[in-house]
Design a protein around this ligand. Structure first.
Ligand code: UD1
Length: 430
């Protein structure tokens, strides 16, 4: 099984190019199936989750052509099977986007119930509430959730929790419903806006995305389009945190600095210098990080997908830091692994109390999920000696060429297949 082997202790220095947003791409690929015309999508990340989504729609009949590593052409006019239960869709949590997209377009959809990262209970009741309000009937049989409607009619929907997935899913279904839908208490994440822009580029009428009230006037058809996905906020944030934790100097290119403000603000509190320009953010860390407190919140608050990375960095900061996770209840599982590298962190419910240590020491650890996996890599990059990060399949769900990009910043990291290769790496870098 593939793993990363890392020799820690080198500050990251240089420039890194950020790819397209994985979470936007997943929904955009689903939304692309709502048109019978050809859709061209650029800045598509080459991560295993997005590739699984591409394979999933292709195996249900969509024409999918990878024009280049980061661009794809999709024509979904030949999809006749509206139930997605193939081996690819089972791998990704965002499979639920095919429910909203397919229900919107064909008024009938079935999707195998979502898998994805184990970071806590991840109900989809708000998605169901929205589809039901639009006139669909939902039922679950043999692990597949089905949604059917004679017709979808616009409705006024108040979300009980701010949910990115439910907001996007309802937006997609409502884009082809009759009349007007209003989603209140909508999520405001950058990728919600990106999907709205994508739908609008296909002829939809979605207004207000990025605020907590989204208004959608349904249209009968969605046409072809050419669209470029926004940069990945979390990939960018991960490199920012890696720069800070290793006391490095990294310019993160091809980003939207506005999307990174909550992360930049925390890094400033932690004693880093942040230099922003049009589409770049430079993070410079020259001294030991300082403690701070963090609470994860829906956008524009500090993202839950950046919680393990900042917890890892704060584990090395002076003083006591407190990180509160308010989105997913089971998102501190990686702390045990971090403790094995020397961290001093106590988790009480949804709060981590972090007593900063001087250094981490290399160990063999295992990635429990996507973002925590990236955080363990950050820990290993700072650690004394060698570390091995196992189960990197989780990391590869959302990061393209993670180890390549880190190596270009000076990190001593390799992807290897077995213990023999680990030994070889250790000898080479002794
Ligand atoms: C998306 C992201 C994920 C990120 C999360 C929060 C994708 C593919 N995934 O996940 O990386 O961590 O946003 O920014 O874009 N909830 C309900 N009922 C629902 C839906 C959600 O109670 O029907 C709760 C969840 O349990 C969670 C909170 O709402 O506590 C937020 O979840 P949500 O925003 O829906 O996350 P996802 O869309 O699953």
């Amino acid at each position: 099984m593939e793993k990363y082997v890392i020799k820690g202790g080198t500050p990251l220095v240089g420039e890194v190019e950020i790819g397209g947003a994985k979470n936007a791409a997943l929904a955009i690929l689903a939304a692309a199936t709502m048109s019978d015309e050809t859709v061209f999508i650029d800045n598509m990340p080459d991560a295993s989750d997005t590739n699984a989504m591409l394979q999933a729609i292709a195996s249900n009949g969509a024409f999918v052509e990878r024009v280049s590593r980061h661009s794809v052409k999709i024509n979904a006019s030949q999809i006749r099977n509206f139930t997605f239960e193939n081996e690819f869709i089972k791998k990704i949590r965002a499979s639920y986007y095919l429910l909203g997209a397919t229900l919107g377009k064909h008024k009938s959809a079935g999707v195998v119930l979502p898998g994805g990262c184990e970071i806590g209970l991840r109900p989809i009741d708000q998605h169901i509430k929205g589809f039901t309000a639009l006139g669909a009937t939902l039922n679950t049989e043999h692990g597949i959730i089905y949604a059917n409607a004679d017709k979808l009619v616009g409705a006024h929907i108040y979300l009980d929790v701010v949910s990115v997935g439910a907001t996007i899913n309802i937006m997609m279904a409502a884009a082809m419903a009759e009349g007007k839908t209003i989603i209140e208490n909508a999520a405001k994440e950058p990728h919600v806006v990106d999907i709205a822009n994508f739908l609008n580029s296909m002829g939809a009428n979605v207004k207000g995305a990025g605020t907590d009230v989204i208004r959608i006037r349904g249209v009968e058809h969605l046409h072809g389009t050419e669209y470029t996905i926004i940069p990945d906020q979390i990939e960018a944030g991960t490199f920012m945190m890696a720069a800070a934790a290793t006391k490095g100097d990294v310019t993160i290119k091809n980003v939207i600095p506005k999307h990174l403000e909550s992360i930049s603000a925390k890094l400033v509190e932690m004693g880093c210098q942040i230099h922003e320009s049009d589409d770049e953010v430079r993070v410079v860390a020259t001294k030991r990080l300082q403690n701070t407190h963090v609470k994860t919140l829906p956008y524009p608050g500090y993202p839950t997908d950046m919680q393990p990375q900042i917890t890892t960095a704060l584990g090395l900061a002076s003083g006591v830091s407190i990180v509160t996770e308010s989105i997913f209840e089971n998102r501190f599982k990686y702390v045990d692994e971090l403790t094995r590298m020397g961290a001093s962190i106590k988790v009480e419910g949804s709060t981590a109390i972090i007593e900063g240590v001087d250094k981490y020491t290399g160990a063999t650890v295992s990635a429990p999920d996507l973002r925590a996996g990236a955080a363990l890599v950050i820990a290993a990059l700072t650690a004394e000696g060698f570390s091995t990060v196992e189960d990197i399949k989780y990391i590869e769900r959302g990061y393209e060429d993670f180890e390549v990009k880190l190596r270009e910043l000076g990190a001593c990291i390799e992807k290897v297949n077995d213990d023999k290769e680990v030994q070889k790496f250790k000898l080479k870098n002794a």
